[in-house]
Design a protein around this ligand. Sequence first.
Ligand SMILES: [Fe+2]
Ligand SMILES: [Fe+2]
Length: 284
Amino acid sequence: MTTTQADLRVQPYRAAPDTYVIPQLVEAPPIGLVYVNSMVITGSEPVLVDTGAPSNRQQWLQDAWNLVDPTDVRWVFLTHDDHDHAGNLRQVIDACPNATLVTTWFSMARYGIDSDDMWMPFDRVRWVRDGESFAAGDRTLVAVRPPFFDNPTTRGLFDTRTRTYWAADSFGANVPHPAEDAAELDRGVWREGVLLVNRLNHPWHLWLDDASFHDHLDSVQGLGIEVIPSCHGPAIHGAMVDEAFELLRRVPGLPPWIEPGQEVLEQIIASAAAEEPVAAGTDG
Ligand SMILES: [Fe+2]
Ligand SMILES: [Fe+2]
């Protein structure tokens, strides 16, 4: 039986104090299910971290405004301009008149080229470079380039108050069933998922120098992270944070992930056709 989008409906959940994940779960045959997440920090100056995908716009906006009133949103942190992260950015900026968009020069340039008009209000934007921070009321947030990324503009976001690090496209894992916390998964399945997704999304791991990459990992791990929510996997908590870093340390030495080819596409098409209901009364 094919899983329908309704079957995959997942609810926002708390990942840390004042910190909620808005999840979307999508089928990604043949590797299973993959999350498309974003995050909301409900501190004294609420922050939206990424804006979800256009395919989930109505549900995403409903989930976001259930967590925070749009007029209370003070910051929108855009990790990078990919569609699964910036998919509802314009709707968010329009709905949140008191919000400043925090992103990068390059992300904004790329986003502008993709848009059909230059709607972005420059006076509502703040640019942060890797390692720079900004104060959001009761907390300081630091923009930190994650271990892996699939877009050169990417910055993760470290909340120094809760020690939560939004890792953007790093630390993802395909899942066999919904899981808000990586600990809900069979440990071997989660470990394989991390190694799979962090190769398929970053095929340049093949050309990484171990020592240089480990230096970069050391610097991110040195933040003292307690929770890693990310766009494409369940949140990672406590002791599993160090385990996740150890898994990423292995990625440069692993063989490439071989992506599905035409034969898999044909299997997907055939199985979808086999499951299509026979239409009644359509003759003539
Ligand atoms: Fe991305
Ligand atoms: Fe992504």
